[in-house]
Structure formats: structure tokens, C-alpha cells
Design a binder for this molecule. Structure first.
Ligand code: IMP
Ligand code: MG
Length: 187
């Protein structure tokens, strides 16, 4: 179909896996749960650039208790799809998390190798507690067993984009989570 637009992202999506309405409802539930569980603890929500930023921005607004935000960046993969499990911190935290309650906010846990590396890095700074909130969980591909305190949705083993998830830096701005068409992945 010719939509008249130069670039129509929706055209590259085979199937919507999590709709915009489902995202909104679940993110607000997660935020309420975090607000209850961390009452009086002023947690630090730590997010990994860049994919988790979209989720974090919405989650933070759904958490009604005082909390701080911080970011780090890990380089683990090439510019395309898939993971190789080799990680390196390319931007570290600004805040001192020693003695603080830290909640890692992630977009998707796939093999778990990135998160395992990250948790070890953060544990070394001796936070008062260290937990994980991930929007998406793909347990079928897990290599590293990890405790996930909060999970938004379990997703199938297919390459997903949208709401922060990218393919070659594209599609992050889709308002839903979708499965990319095979022909796009092979392009
Ligand atoms: P893991 O180390 O294998 O758990 O990989 C986690 C990271 O890989 C995520 O934070 C994403 O950046 C990326 N990733 C994994 N699966 C997907 C996907 O389906 N679409 C886009 N990025 C993904
Ligand atoms: Mg990521």
C-alpha cells in the first residue's frame, strides 16, 4: 500500500506483539508496585542506554514516590541484530550508589549475558539492594539465570522493535512492540 509517506515503519511490522494500550496499562501497574515496594527507600532507577530509555521515562512517571534516575551505556553487540555476549561499559553512572536501593530498568532480557555483566559491575559498589525491572523477558533464550523482580511481558523468540527497541537504530519510536518482517531483517 502506498501511504504517501517517505518512510512508513508500520509497513515493516509483521505482527504487533504488545499494543500501545497494553504497554500503558502494564507500565502503570509496574510503577504502582515499585512505589509500594520501595516506600521510604528513595531508590535509584538505573537504566541502560539506549533501548530502555523509553520504558524508563514512562515508568518513572508511574512511580509516585521520590526516586533518582541514572544511566549507563554498555557496548555489547554490533549495529545489527543478535547478541554475542561480550560487554564493556562505555558510559558509567554519575551517582554514587553505595548504600542506595538500586533498581535496574531494562528493555528486554534475552540471553541475560548483558544483565549478568551489569549486575556484577553494580554489585561491586555495594548498593543496599539490587533488583531488576524488565519490560520484556524472553526466557527461551536465557543462558545466564537471573532473578527478575518485575517483568512486564514474556515474549516469543522473534526479533522485536519499537518502544525503544531498535534494528540498526531504527524503529525505536514506534509506540508499540512489533515483530519485524523477515524481509527487513535480511535487508
Ligand atoms: P542479552 O544480553 O542477550 O540478554 O541481550 C539484551 C539486549 O539485546 C537488550 O537490552 C537489547 O538491547 C538487545 N536485544 C535483545 N533482543 C532484542 C530484540 O528482539 N530486539 C531488539 N534488541 C534486542
Ligand atoms: Mg539494551
Amino acid at each position: 500500500m502506498d501511504t504517501g509517506k517517505d518512510w512508513d515503519m508500520d509497513r515493516d511490522i509483521a505482527e504487533i506483539i504488545v499494543s500501545e494500550a497494553e504497554l500503558r496499562a502494564r507500565v502503570s501497574e509496574l510503577g504502582e508496585g515499585i512505589g509500594r515496594d520501595y516506600e521510604g527507600k528513595e531508590p535509584v532507577l538505573v537504566s541502560v542506554l539506549k533501548g530502555a530509555v523509553y520504558f524508563l521515562a514512562d515508568l518513572s512517571r508511574a512511580v509516585s514516590i521520590p526516586h533518582a534516575l541514572d544511566f549507563l551505556a554498555i557496548s555489547s553487540y554490533g549495529p545489527g541484530a543478535g547478541s554475542v555476549g561480550v560487554a564493556r561499559i562505555v558510559k558509567d553512572l554519575d551517582l554514587d550508589i553505595g548504600g542506595r536501593h538500586v533498581l535496574v530498568v531494562e528493555d528486554i532480557i534475552d540471553t541475560g549475558l548483558t544483565l549478568r555483566y551489569l549486575l556484577r559491575h553494580l554489585e561491586a559498589r555495594q548498593p543496599a539492594s539490587l533488583e531488576v525491572c524488565t519490560l520484556l523477558d524472553r526466557p527461551s533464550r536465557r543462558i545466564a539465570a537471573l532473578p527478575l523482580r518485575y517483568v512486564g511481558f514474556e515474549v516469543p523468540d522473534a526479533f522485536l522493535v519499537g518502544y525503544g527497541l531498535d534494528f540498526r537504530e531504527r524503529y525505536r519510536n514506534l509506540p508499540y512492540i512489533g515483530m519485524l518482517k523477515d524481509r527487513v531483517l535480511r535487508r
